[in-house]
Ligand binder design. Structure first.
Ligand code: 6GU
Length: 255
């Protein structure tokens, strides 16, 4: 997969050289291209922002540098088109589902903004020709979209074939479609079996795979009820077995 990122802080993306994503790049699974937006601002101060039309606080990113920068990225490959992802707190929620959708794309272009955001005509211009998604990573406001891009690249990158390896697969993840859809993963343990008087739940030492799977699902349901009650409401009743229903009834969460 190719990923292009246009930003006034390309140095912000140094963490993409580390750990899982760094390895994926070394192995050629992920091809990351960073671009300095100011390279396409032509005045002496390399200005990329201006005051908002209609008044109000803050600054808005000018359309011309973004247009030139995006055109330059598009020109890198005449035969392909990237999916453009514009990070903004006003966007659609970034979810595991969206991460999986992006992981199936050959080319992504991220356009993280500073200030109050990018002049909306940039999204209109490219939205009429390519897929442009305005995406938010949560209900809080960051100082810029760069951290959101790091989050999204990590979520997408770990889903690419060959990145996680055989020892670990994404199928048991919280939110993964299927068994864990709308469920949070429960607690995990490793050796030693007792630490500072805390014991590992005995069932996990039993070697009884069926009972362990059932215990893990119970813990996932309990944790979801405790931390994310609204996710339980979204559970597809068809994915609940008799045991699930009994547990939820015990927690007072089913009729
Ligand atoms: Cl994508 N950008 C900014 N600036 N703030 C955010 C966000 C994105 N997602 C949540 N808050």
């Amino acid at each position: 997969m190719r990923i292009d990122i246009i930003s006034i802080f390309p140095e912000y993306f140094a963490p993409l050289g580390v750990s899982l994503i760094g390895k994926a790049r070394e192995r050629g699974i992920l091809d990351v291209h960073l671009h300095q937006l100011r390279d396409w601002a032509h005045d002496v101060h390399r200005t990329v922002d201006d005051t908002p039309y209609g008044g109000g606080p803050g600054m808005v990113m000018k359309p011309e540098p973004w247009g030139e920068a995006i055109d330059a990225v598009l020109a890198a490959d005449q035969d392909a088109r990237p999916r453009i992802i514009v990070p903004t707190p006003s966007g659609v929620p970034f979810t595991q589902r969206l991460a999986m959708e992006y992981a199936a794309e050959p080319w992504l272009l991220f356009t993280p903004a500073r200030y109050e955001g990018i002049d909306s005509r940039v999204m209109a211009e490219y939205g009429s020709r390519l897929r442009v998604d305005e995406v938010s990573i949560g209900d809080y406001v960051l100082a810029g979209g760069e951290a959101a891009v790091l989050v999204m690249v990590e979520a997408v990158g770990r889903l690419l074939p060959g990145v996680l390896g055989n020892a670990r697969s994404a199928v048991d993840d919280s939110f993964a479609p299927g068994e864990m859809e709308n469920l949070l993963e429960g607690p995990v343990y490793t050796k030693p079996p007792e630490w500072r008087g805390h014991e590992v739940p005995e069932i996990l030492l039993s070697g009884h795979h069926g009972k362990i799977a059932r215990w893990r699902r119970d813990e996932a349901l309990r944790r979801t009820a405790r931390n994310r009650a609204e996710l339980l409401a979204a559970l597809d009743p068809a994915t609940l077995d008799k045991h699930d229903r009994r547990l939820l009834a015990e927690l007072g969460l089913l009729p």
